[in-house]
Unconditional design. Structure first.
Length: 496
């Protein structure tokens, strides 16, 4: 990193940060935007392609109705107007992973426009004006071989067109003013809102690490009191909440240093480096550079107003209202609920586990401790661990019934994660149920008392805390398959 940086607070004394966020949402439709090729993630390279998504001469695209529906649902959730008539355009530019050398997108006639949402940071509500939500197609994927995995220093690059033609929605804000020192957090919370929204709508997996959701972060500075916008930078394809926040903060400090030294910010695209800085990309194109013109092979889209109203009526609960409802229903404090929100994906998993019949406290315990640890050990997102909310609820039901204790329950979860079957099947195959044979339990307690006469004497003298040593011996003898409370009660009964 070679950029000069200015102290963040010093920059904000002189300049107002202005943001513009362009968010690409990769839809989770079964097929691509213009053809019937599947959109399955992680398949062998170049196995989900056809003449249409490869842009071969003579091939003709057809609009994916489910993608249009998803775009309308997103637009309605952002309080947008829905166009009565719109059409597609060709956005012309050369890029190796664009097989047609143009992208089918929308230009001056988007499907959704003039919306707004609010995000709250530190008890202050910030308005995010939405300029448009438009439909387009994704590009393919470049894999750079050699060097550090980036094009700089790579020996060669490989092309995978499986992603080419996957439906994309681009959500573009207008310029966002008035965020002040909260600008980085506002950008992060807006992205978090969008992630939660598209997941609630069921239109995208919203997995930022997979590129389902990625943000082009535009930042500029203008002197306090000025009305003239500064020159912006655009940091491309930022794909984590933390990185969005850090990108905004870094660009504010970088641009502040340039302007304070009498320099001029260059209008350009930049790349985000996970080490914590941005680096130059290419000079930023304007709309004229793309030579937009109407797509001749696709008919206009004219949504039936009655259909739009049906979609409006089917919208799910707003994410912020859902959070407030769940916090109240679960009876947790703001801090406890914050622990849930801090683990990506945990909220939906815990809510689904509660819906499956588990108590909220138990659901939170399993997902935020044992399963979060397992996900961390496997280096996968929490939602990718090999257990369902219904199975977690089943494990807890076995605990509630006395069939398992917490130690045995953890062993059952390990078995489920290892692919050994359902919780009940793991209990049966591993023989993990709590021992219910009172005769065997009584014999183990008698043996522990006989082996520890000094401890038994202390208990008889009223020092009940000493029972822990006997309980430990009994649990060891029973291989952890005894109920500790039952063992304690039996010890106290025998020594009373």
């Amino acid at each position: 990193m070679s950029d000069e940086l200015m102290d963040y607070d010093e920059v904000l004394k002189r300049y107002e940060p202005v943001l513009g966020l362009e968010v690409h949402v990769e839809l989770s439709t079964a097929s691509k935007m213009w053809c019937g090729c599947p959109t399955t993630f992680g398949s062998e390279p170049n196995t989900h392609v056809c003449p249409v998504c490869l842009g071969l001469p003579g091939s003709l695209p057809v609009v994916n109705r489910k993608a249009v529906e998803a775009a309308i649902r997103i637009g309605l959730s952002l309080n947008c107007d829905i166009a009565k008539w719109c059409r597609f355009a060709r956005k012309n530019y050369f890029y190796p992973d664009m097989p047609k050398d143009y992208q089918v997108s929308q230009y001056d006639e988007p499907l959704c426009f003039e919306g707004h949402v609010e995000v709250e940071v530190g008890g202050v509500a910030y308005d995010i004006p939405i300029e448009r939500v438009h439909m387009e197609e994704d590009a393919g994927k470049l894999t750079h071989v050699g060097g550090l995995g980036r094009i700089q220093g790579a020996d060669y690059s490989l092309l995978d067109y499986n992603r080419a033609g996957v439906p994309l929605m681009e959500i573009v804000t207008k310029t966002i003013h008035g965020t002040g020192t909260a600008a980085p957090q506002v950008a992060r919370d807006y992205m978090e809102f969008l992630r939660d929204m598209v997941r609630a709508l069921g239109v995208s997996h919203g997995r930022m690490e997979r590129g389902n959701l990625r943000c082009d972060v535009n930042v500029s500075l203008m002197p306090i009191g000025s009305t003239e916008l500064g020159i912006r930078s655009e940091t491309k394809n930022v794909n984590s909440l933390k990185s969005v926040e850090t990108t905004v903060r870094y660009e504010i400090m970088r641009q502040g240093a340039i302007l304070s030294a009498g320099g001029r910010v260059k209008q350009e695209t930049r790349h985000w480096n996970e080490a914590g800085f941005t680096s130059p990309g290419r000079s930023k194109e304007t709309a004229e550079d793309y030579r937009y013109f109407p797509e001749p092979d696709l008919v206009p889209v004219a949504p039936d107003p009655a259909w739009v109203e049906e979609l409006r009526a089917s919208l799910p609960e707003h994410p912020s209202k859902r959070r407030a409802r769940l916090q109240q229903t679960w009876g947790v404090t703001e801090r406890e609920f914050g622990d849930v929100l801090a683990v990506e994906g945990a909220l939906d998993l815990i809510a689904a586990t509660v819906d499956a019949g588990c108590a909220p406290a138990a659901a939170r315990k399993w997902w935020l401790t044992e399963l979060a640890r397992q996900a961390n050990d496997l280096n996968v997102p929490l939602e990718d661990v090999n257990i369902t909310p219904a199975q977690v609820a089943e494990v807890q039901a076995l605990v509630d019934s006395g069939s398992l204790n917490d130690k045995l329950a953890r062993a059952v979860i390990e078995g489920v994660l290892a692919g050994e079957g359902s919780p009940a099947e793991v209990v049966a195959s591993r023989g993990l149920a709590v021992v219910s044979d009172t005769g065997a339990l009584s014999a183990a307690v008698d043996a522990a008392i006989a082996a520890n006469p000094d401890v038994a004497a202390k208990i008889r003298d009223g020092k009940v805390a000493a029972a822990g040593a006997l309980i430990g011996d009994v649990m060891k003898a029973m291989r952890g398959q005894a109920d500790a409370a039952a063992v304690r009660a039996l010890i106290m009964e025998k020594l009373s």
